[in-house]
Design a protein around this ligand. Structure first.
Ligand code: ZN
Length: 500
């Protein structure tokens, strides 16, 4: 006899398969879709999105949820059963607030906007992107109204990526470390600058790729259950715990984008691959929030990948691949070069010290866009003046300014804040791992990453979406999201690099 819980799981698995198919079409769109297919792909994705939404928001889901919740009443909060019911009830509540027609329209607009944005970005032509952006912002405002909020429309959108978090909470966290961040960057700017010319030599792309793949394989990204491809904007997606896709991009005269980008996306990928197998095919089989997800990518990219210990092990190997480019470059030179702090225009290339300022800028702009106090047409001007205020430099083009990110064209509004939260969480979690395993730095200097990865598996990955970011952080650290450890980490690291 099928229990009510098994019936619910089977129903959700069907919806999950539709979601996976949609994600596969999206992956294909980002990695190899010919430009002429934009319209047809937009239609196909819109259809799948509508079907998935219709089935999920239908009466059957409500009925199955109700029965399973009744039968499993009193189950342990952390059990698979109670967690699935709790999380899906919340998903259902959010999804039923948005009409199917709105979801289809959103998906269609996003798919069209993607190519318009890519062209506008390539040609520094904001006006070309403006109508699509206006339409998307209009739809997002409508979406916030459908979802409902107490204080500000931004709350409704933020809640989709960081369940339970409010704009006011994020603002408090940002306010608590912004002054110290500005102060640190000013001190670094006043110090003798680090020479990072070594990273800008000519690096064969094929060799970069092979070296990067070797590094992330050592980290523990499982290529039997994962694939890497190339895209304009690197990302990670998954169609199953056992099918995780990551992308990267290459520059032949700059080592960082591909190398650290691969470490970053592998961090996301290992999170997805690390979810407990018994959650496979269920809505719990994914990372719990974007902030927690980003904590994993940042940990592998920065705390591990930009540590001196890591390069004790990796530099001799990189030197074998690029002997001429690295001739006469010491470990100290290289370590300083990859930890250069520079006020720069592009967020994805920003260093650890300036990164969160890029996010705080977007966080403020997005709220104004949603509140209607800022019109999309005025964006380039507002972006540039805010950027100048924050960083003391002005983007010379919109390509290097307001057009740089894919997010708005993809309808991802309320998303940026999670990147900064991820930075903060990465250090909070790493400090706990280090407490449990004080020998971690020594292991990293020998190219051993199992202890760290297994600690992450056990404490974070395996739970999937069972706990919210706040619940998980409480379990792991005994406290809430807190910028103090991150600022302590930055100050220690960059005081040494810059002799502050
Ligand atoms: Zn990321």
């Amino acid at each position: 006899m099928t229990t009510s819980y098994e019936a619910l799981k089977a129903h959700l698995a069907t919806i999950g398969d539709l979601q996976s198919a949609l994600a596969l079409l999206s992956w294909d769109q980002e990695t190899q879709l010919p430009p002429g297919a934009a319209e047809s792909r937009a239609r196909q994705m819109s259809t799948l999105s509508r079907l998935q939404h219709e089935i999920f928001t239908g009466d059957e889901t409500a009925l199955l949820l109700e029965k399973a919740a009744h039968d499993l009443n009193g189950a342990d909060y952390a059990s698979d059963e109670a967690s699935l019911i709790r999380v899906v009830q919340q998903d259902y509540e959010l999804a039923t607030k948005i009409p199917a027609a709105h979801v289809a329209e959103m998906t269609h607009q996003e798919s069209l906007a993607h190519h318009v944005w890519a062209e506008a970005r390539a040609n520094n032509d904001f006006k070309k992107f403006l109508p699509a952006l206006e339409r998307i912002m209009e739809l997002k405002r409508q979406e916030a109204d459908y979802l409902g909020y107490v204080e500000t429309p931004y709350d409704a959108l933020l809640n989709q990526y960081e369940r339970g978090m409010t704009t006011a909470q994020v603002k408090a966290i940002f306010d608590a470390h912004r002054p110290a961040l500005v102060e640190l960057i000013a001190a670094i700017n006043a110090a003798p600058q680090v020479d990072d010319a070594v990273l800008h030599r000519n690096f064969d792309i094929g060799k970069q790729r092979d070296f990067g793949l070797k590094m992330i394989e050592a980290y523990g990204f499982d290529f039997k259950r994962g694939v890497q491809a190339i895209s304009v904007h690197p990302f990670c997606t998954s169609f199953s715990i056992n099918d995780v896709r990551i992308t990267t991009r290459f520059e032949d005269s700059f080592l960082n984008p591909a190398l650290f980008g691969m470490m970053h996306e592998a961090g996301h990928g290992m999170y997805e691959q690390g979810v407990a197998q018994n959650l496979e095919g269920s809505p719990l089989a994914s990372g719990t929030s974007l902030g927690v997800h980003e904590s994993q990518s940042r940990m592998w990219e920065n705390i591990v990948g930009r540590s001196r210990e890591f390069w004790v092990w990796a530099l001799p190997q990189l030197r074998e691949v690029f002997p001429q480019q690295l001739e006469g470059v010491s470990l100290d030179d290289f370590y300083k070069a990859i930890n250069t702090v520079k006020r720069s225009f592009i967020r994805v290339e920003a260093d650890e010290a300036t990164y969160n300022l890029h996010i705080i800028l977007r966080f403020e702009i997005e709220q104004e866009l949603l509140n209607g106090t800022l019109k999309p047409a005025d964006l380039p001007e507002v972006w540039n003046s805010k950027f100048t205020e924050f960083f003391g430099i002005t983007p010379p083009t919109d390509t290097l300014g307001v057009l740089q990110d894919v997010h708005w064209s993809a309808g991802l509004v309320g998303y940026f804040a999670t990147y900064a939260l991820g930075n903060l969480l990465s250090v909070q979690y790493y400090e706990q791992a280090l407490k449990a395993h004080p020998n971690l730095p020594n292991e990293i200097s020998q190219g051993k990453f199992d202890t760290l990865r297994q600690w992450l598996n056990e404490n974070i990955h395996q739970h999937g979406r069972k706990f919210t970011a706040a619940e998980l952080t409480q379990r792991v650290t005994g406290g809430a999201i807190d910028p103090t450890p991150y600022m302590r980490y930055l100050k220690t690291k960059f005081s040494a690099v810059y002799g502050l």
